[in-house]
Design a protein around this ligand. Structure first.
Ligand code: HEM
Length: 277
């Protein structure tokens, strides 16, 4: 074998090893995140689902909320119920849409699941914006603005991803659908981000009750901007000409998985567990 061929072979080996490590990091993060999202869904069904089925709407407020059930506010209460109950569906739906087995073996299910996921995500964003600005459900202006930007990104990314699928531009559809997945899960990232910071800072440095402390502000915007940045790095890694780019991005994703584990454990232990039983 000549020198060129052997160096080409070595490069191929490094590249495929790098691809494998990048893939492994993404799968690790996805598994960890899926478990954490299922815990969130469990809490929603066990608390809001069970209370709603029993007709005990006042019981929504057993969990700390800004404005859950309000006597006499029929439209607000219905919008709140639709929002929290669809939250379970959209979170589960997002996970199923990303499962490769469904995409490969049941493409029809993926197509209908996608239409349902995008439609529910749009309803979630619109109902969330209504609850925030029409029902005045926010603790501080900055927290209302942070979640509203997430709502605007949900509306934009789901529309773009849907249009790409209709035009059969599947490469662009994959990218926009992954971005939509990240912003739809922005509120889940927010909860686990806050809990990870509470644990790491030993009690919530820079946070306050109206979510307007410096750490609150960074976490509320970071809840969807940081996952979007990590996703962007992951999507661009295969084409990168930078040496070791794939390995560095894999390390970043393994770090994200570690923080996710911490945040999920914190959220289950301190936020959700009393309402999961
Ligand atoms: C699509 C993803 C979303 C999911 C899965 C989701 C999920 C939830 C859940 C589970 C709750 C109940 C609160 C709790 O028990 O933690 C809730 C409440 C709420 N959500 Fe969302 N949400 C989403 C998007 C949004 C957006 C984009 C906005 C604002 C623009 C928003 C605004 C609200 C408001 C104002 C409440 C009431 C909070 C309270 O009274 O304490 N949500 N959401």
């Amino acid at each position: 074998m000549d020198a060129n061929a052997s160096s080409g072979l070595a490069k191929t080996k490094i590249t495929s090893a790098d691809n494998a490590v990048l893939r492994r990091s993404a799968v690790t993060w996805f598994v960890v995140a899926a478990l954490g999202q299922l815990a969130f869904v469990w809490m929603i069904l066990a608390h809001y689902g069970a209370k709603t089925l029993a007709g005990n709407f006042v019981g929504w407020n057993d969990k700390p909320l800004i404005k859950g059930y309000v006597s006499g506010d029929t439209i607000g209460n219905i919008t709140f119920a639709v929002h929290v109950l669809l939250a379970a569906l959209v979170t589960t739906g997002g996970l199923l849409q990303l499962a490769p087995a469904i995409r490969t073996h049941a493409p029809m299910l993926h197509r209908w699941g996608g239409r349902l996921f995008f439609s529910i995500a749009i309803v979630m964003a619109l109902s969330g914006l209504w609850l925030t600005w029409v029902r005045y459900t926010y603790l501080s202006l900055v927290s209302g603005l942070a979640v509203s930007l997430d709502g605007a990104l949900i509306l934009s990314f789901t529309t773009i991803a849907w249009r790409c699928a209709v035009k059969r531009d599947f490469a662009a559809h994959r990218r926009w659908a992954l971005r939509a997945f990240m912003v739809v899960n922005g509120v889940w990232f927010l909860r686990i981000g806050m809990m990870a910071w509470v644990l790491l800072s030993g009690g919530g440095l820079g946070m306050n009750d109206s979510l307007s402390g410096p750490a609150d502000i960074v976490i509320q915007f970071g809840a969807y901007l940081v996952p979007l940045m990590v996703l962007e790095a992951y999507l661009r890694a295969p084409a990168s000409r930078m040496r070791h780019a794939k390995r560095m991005i894999a390390v970043l994703i393994f770090l994200a998985a570690t923080i996710t584990v911490l945040g999920v454990c914190g959220a289950v232990a301190f936020m959700w567990w009393p309402y999961m039983r």
